[in-house]
Design a protein. Structure first.
Length: 117
């Protein structure tokens, strides 16, 4: 599956953005999906994940209660609604799919989110 993330931008602290990740390939519906982020000078970290049916989600503690992951399998798209953004949320956000290895091993290009304080 090929993935393309978009929807990033510059937003003030306290604002919101909705990130989208468009997937190609007929097997999208079978993939568990996730969002990760990488801040300048830091390692890439897990943000949120969603099962292939969309009925199970999990979040990192740093975004729990502020971010929501969802998916629309009919549109081959996974979303990340980001609310109450903080300066520390500034990062390049990536979407990823869980492959046959059971790990996130398929990655799209990232989209930059910059939160000004």
């Amino acid at each position: 599956v090929q993935l393309q993330a978009y929807g990033g931008g510059l937003v003030q602290a306290g604002g919101s953005l909705r990130l989208s990740c468009a997937a190609s390939g007929r097997t999208f519906i079978t993939y568990a999906m996730g969002w990760f982020r990488q801040a300048p000078g830091k390692e890439r970290r897990f943000v949120a994940g969603i099962s292939w049916r969309g009925n199970s989600t999990n979040y990192s503690d740093s975004v729990k209660g502020r971010f929501t992951i969802s998916r629309d399998n009919a549109k081959n798209t996974v979303y990340l609604q980001t609310n109450s953004l903080k300066a520390e949320d500034t990062a390049v956000y990536y979407c990823a799919a869980v492959g046959s290895s059971g790990k996130y091993d398929q990655w799209g290009q990232g989209t930059l989110v910059t939160v000004s304080s």
